[in-house]
Design a protein around this ligand. Sequence first.
Ligand SMILES: *Cc1c(COP(=O)(O)O)cnc(C)c1O
Length: 248
Amino acid sequence: MSRRLEELAANLDAVRARIRAACSAAGRDPAEVRLIAVTKTRPASDVRSLRELGVTDFGENRDAEAAAKAAACADLDLTWHFVGQLQTRKCRGVAGYADVIHSVDRLRLVRALGAAARRAGREPRCLVQVNLDPPVPGAAGPEPGPAHRGGVRPGAALELAAELDREPGLALAGVMAVAPLPGHGPGTDPAAAFAVLARTAARIRAGNPAATVISAGMSGDLEAAIGAGATHVRIGTALLGDRGPLVM
Ligand SMILES: *Cc1c(COP(=O)(O)O)cnc(C)c1O
């Protein structure tokens, strides 16, 4: 075993142990929680190593990097998750390789992704990204504050999900969220935020029984996410190591 493979194997064991412990604490079956390895900034060789170790789901947040890695690993039969903020002009590219798109947060994106998917002859599963940041005091309208990292407000998620569901070429599969940045006052507790996500997911699922995915939880908060019902956790640093301070 190469040294990197050993390191990844040890990290994977530790992450799987955390997932099992969180499931046990929540009275859930670990088989209900899928692990997505977020390999952004990491080479395709890491993807191959993790595949050797049994990981089948990979997440990326930048189109150019994701496209290159998916192409380099095309022989592996992987499931690719696009988890980054998405611009309409990138939709054509992303629809070409992504199996699941986690960051659908506006109508224009629904339309552009639908057109791109139909043209590519593919039907990606799509998640409505929900913004869980506390509303900025004094900010007018539904637009989130300056730390905006994507997502619709929980109150607007149902309507966007309905549009997604109606869009030919796209399959509505559920919701995704990133926990609020910590330490920004009340409303930034991850467990409370993930509970809001779970309620939003349940409302969407009531009208769309196939929308079962709750994508939540990263290296720092996977326990809170699993406690709130996450079906998919997106793990970068805990599996692959630090990306360094400048890369998000
Ligand atoms: C980078 C990233 C992750 C992984 O974060 P870690 O803290 O490294 O586990 C998960 N989700 C999204 C949307 C990301 O951009």
